[in-house]
Design a protein around this ligand. Structure first.
Ligand code: NAD
Ligand code: IPM
Ligand code: MN
Length: 356
């Protein structure tokens, strides 16, 4: 049995995870797929109530007793320091060494593209974001804090090991999917030290995959090119920070934050699935958050458990709901989070009985 820890977290994270659980309920009836899950009360409420973000015992249990974690979102205006999100979300990414942050950006339906030419040139992009180094390590500090002479150091760390493993994963993925190219995205012109390391390792690994084109592009140019040529790139591999930014852009080009899923992986060891979006305090509590990104995270989880058929089934049901206009306001619809969640769960149940 695959055991899943569900961490709804904060804001719309809680609302969309309820709908994800509906899909798990449907899927747990599938033959050959035994699923069990527990909900974890971690997030801003718990932190404000108890002063605790994540205890050592909880971390150990999450790391040892589960096959995967499904997380909603963390972030709450009542916790301006964001310490709970750093401890829980970044804590899990770093401490479980989830070095692959895989963020697919695929245009599921032509109406979703904000670009004039987007429907004719549909994006199907796979972003591999390094997830354990770069600007996210928290190294640095402040001196003379609060004074006009304040100094802040925010280190950006790159290791050969860190680059090697994410670049290799990106190439392996491209090979498995029989794609044509992998593009390294960096800023080697302004950040030459880490740039040299990324480029050297990238070139070395590219040689092991002679059937794949390998390209390198600066991040500013890539940000532009994704808009001008949404269908040109297939696989991007990049640092933690650039991957964060480009994956929001990729989400916006394929229907918005309400649709974009992600997988944080330490391949073969640990996995955490979460929507790319955050807790959306601007719409939280109104029942209008789009649950499709969370639903597609369940899809990525199914793929991870070896059930690519169920991952495709979830995307099919999401696409059908979009085509019918059963959507939340971010996609132009008038439906609630619960209505869309019900449509997805019913659609999936029907699909599984008609095409078992
Ligand atoms: P956000 O992703 O929460 O929201 C950005 C915009 O997208 C908002 O306009 C929001 O309404 C919209 N949006 C997001 N999810 C949506 C959904 N499911 N349906 C419809 N619209 C949706 O980003 P933000 O406002 O920069 O951050 C809010 C909080 O979330 C912050 O505390 C941030 O640190 C945190 N955050 C957490 C995660 C995570 O847990 N993985 C990711 C991003 C941001
Ligand atoms: C994401 C989020 C996080 C990140 C924040 C909440 C720290 O934006 O998952 O994309 O920057 O990785
Ligand atoms: Mn982000």
């Amino acid at each position: 049995m695959a055991r899943i820890a569900i961490i709804p977290g904060d804001g719309v994270g809680v609302e969309v995870m309820k709908q994800a659980v509906r899909l798990l309920d449907v899927l747990s009836g599938e033959e050959g797929l035994a699923l069990g899950w527990d909900e974890w009360d971690l997030g801003a409420d718990r932190y404000l109530r108890t002063g605790t973000t994540l205890t050592e015992e909880e971390f150990t249990e999450l790391s040892e007793n589960y096959d995967a974690i499904l997380l909603g979102a963390l972030g709450d205006p009542r916790v301006p320091s964001n310490i709970h999100a750093r401890d829980i979300l970044l804590g899990l990414r770093f401490r479980l060494d989830l070095y692959v942050n895989y963020r697919p950006c695929r245009l599921l339906h032509p109406d979703l593209s904000p670009l004039r030419h987007g429907a004719e040139r549909p994006m199907d992009l796979h972003i591999f974001r390094e997830n354990t180094e770069g600007s996210y390590g928290g190294l640095g500090g402040n001196l003379r804090e609060g004074t006009p002479q304040e100094l802040a150091i925010q280190e950006d760390v790159t290791t050969a090991m860190g680059v090697e493993r994410i670049v290799r994963r990106a190439f392996e993925f491209a090979r498995e999917r029989e794609l044509g190219s992998v593009t390294l995205v960096d800023k080697a012109n302004a950040m030459p030290h880490s740039g040299r390391l990324w480029r050297r390792v990238f070139r070395e690994i590219a040689e092991e995959f002679p059937e794949l084109e390998s390209e390198m592009q600066y991040v500013d140019a890539m940000a532009m090119d994704l808009i001008r040529n949404p269908d040109r790139h297939e696989v991007l591999v990049t640092s933690n920070l650039f991957g964060d930014i480009l994956s929001d852009e990729g989400a916006a080009l394929t229907g918005g934050m309400g649709l974009a899923p992600s997988a944080n992986l330490n391949p073969g060891v640990h996995a955490l699935f979460e929507p790319v979006h955050g807790s959306a305090p601007d719409i939280a509590g109104r029942g209008i958050a789009n649950p499709m990104a969370a639903a597609r995270c369940v899809g990525l989880l199914m793929g991870y458990l070896g059930r690519g058929d169920l991952e495709r089934a979830i995307d099919e049901v999401v696409t059908a709901a979009i085509a019918e206009g059963v959507t939340t306001p971010d996609l132009g619809g008038t439906r609630s989070t619960g209505d869309v969640g019900a449509r997805l769960a019913d659609g999936l149940a029907e699909l599984l009985t008609t095409h078992p």
